[in-house]
Design a protein. Structure first.
Length: 421
């Protein structure tokens, strides 16, 4: 429970949290309250009054915190911890400092050093089954993150750049892959609404790769399509995610196939060349939400493709959240012009990954690989993208290696594939 304690909107959730301990048993629930310790600018003094007040609010609705985590930009002294323990009726060892870290990935290490893990094991009665955590690999990762490294500048072209948290999973996935190549990534946030033929050279000057993330709606689409064109023509590494694949297909159809009015029916329902469209069986669905392909689906990769090289396997499982698909009517034309449909649904009915064979790295996926990237296991597509950008920035051709194999996901997690598939 965090800073929303005291807001009227949070009351139903807090009541559910209160009831949970009664429903599942006291030994199965720990209440952790994350609270802010503000500091007076003039003196740097940390003030405990907000923490005391929010704990009072929690008690008033029937919740007594077991652990208090103190967020602070300054070191939290033992004296402060003891004071909060006294006035909130929480054990002093259960008052955990959470000073602002240089990277969020250091926070688990700081919590372990403060004894939070041991405390939770004891309070939840897990002593018999608990083992000492092996955090050496995580410590090595944090040391790598904090170590000065060469910087690689990547352009992320989107329409929500004033709210970069909208692309948080994408930006973090780029970092995961960059650390695996022992570089730091600097993201240049490019507003797709402002990206035009006249502004492209200035807005994209000096970048080492382009990412076009997912999204819905027509706003800023032409700028994203232009970003795909810029990467294709200048042989810059390109990674398209969901809508980023659709924009790449539209651009390729317009420029390479010569169909200038090629588009998606999401943006122009009357286009003569709907290279992105609903699948035929979607048209009978009256409820718009029912047309969305949502969840984990399998895909089969083409041997010899870049996608196959970075995954190191022929069958993959990835998470989807989209509504429109590559129109199968145009697949022969796209392939004849040089586009490789390197990932398809097992029945060959749906396009999942496209790439250009004569490009160092021009790969786009209909799914969202950023959902499955981890700090110590970057997603193969992000890893390949950053690897290509690093190689080209060093004047060499990229070489792609597959990661260690992952366990096959449980069948219960798979999205519901249409019966005819």
């Amino acid at each position: 429970m965090g800073g929303t304690v005291g807001d009227i909107e949070s009351l139903p959730f807090l009541e559910a949290i209160r009831q949970m301990r009664k429903d599942v048993g006291r030994r199965n629930v720990i209440y952790i309250h994350v609270t802010l310790l503000p500091a007076l600018a003039a003196t740097g003094e940390l003030k405990t009054k907000p923490t005391q007040h929010s704990v009072k609010e929690l008690r008033g609705i029937g919740i007594q915190p077991d652990v208090i985590v103190l967020r602070s930009d300054h070191p939290v002294s033992q004296e402060i911890r003891d004071k909060i323990a006294l006035f909130t009726d929480v054990a002093s060892e259960a008052v955990i400092p959470a000073e602002t870290a240089s990277t969020i990935y250091e926070v688990p290490l700081l919590f372990e050093e403060s004894g939070l893990g041991t405390l939770l094991v004891r309070e939840l009665g897990l002593e018999q089954s608990a083992q000492e955590p092996d955090l050496e690999a995580w410590r090595a990762l944090v040391e790598l993150i904090k170590r000065p490294k060469p910087v690689l500048e990547i352009a992320l072209v989107g329409k929500y750049i004033e709210l970069p948290d909208a692309y948080l999973s994408v930006s973090e996935s780029l970092k995961h892959a960059a650390w695996a190549h022992e570089v730091d990534v600097k993201i240049r946030w490019v507003d797709s609404e402002l990206l035009t033929k006249e502004t492209a050279d200035e807005m994209l000057a000096g970048i080492r790769g382009i990412v076009v993330p997912g999204g819905f709606g027509h706003r800023g689409i032409e700028g994203k399509i232009l970003a795909a064109k810029y990467a294709r023509e200048r042989r810059l590494p390109y990674l398209g995610l969901c809508l980023g694949l659709q924009c790449a297909v539209i651009e390729f159809a317009r420029d390479v196939l010569g169909t200038e009015d090629a588009n998606s029916t999401e943006f122009d329902m009357f286009t003569e060349h709907p290279v992105i469209d609903f699948m035929p069986d979607q048209r009978t669905m009256e409820e718009k939400g029912g047309t969305m392909r949502l969840g984990l689906y399998p895909a089969r990769l083409t041997p010899g493709s870049k996608a196959h090289a970075v995954y190191g396997t022929e069958l993959i499982y990835e998470r989807h959240r989209h509504r429109f698909e590559v129109n199968n009517r145009y697949r022969p034309l796209l392939e004849a012009a040089g586009m490789v449909l390197s990932g398809q649904s097992p029945d060959g009915r749906l396009v999942e990954i496209i790439e250009l064979a004569d490009h160092p790295w021009f790969v786009a996926s209909q799914f969202h690989p950023e959902f499955r990237s981890r700090p110590d296991r970057p997603h193969p597509l992000f890893d390949g993208f950053i690897g290509a950008a690093v190689a080209l920035s060093q004047g060499r051709e990229p070489v792609f290696h597959a990661p260690a194999p992952e366990a096959t996901p449980d069948a219960a997690l798979l999205g519901k594939v249409p019966a005819e598939s």
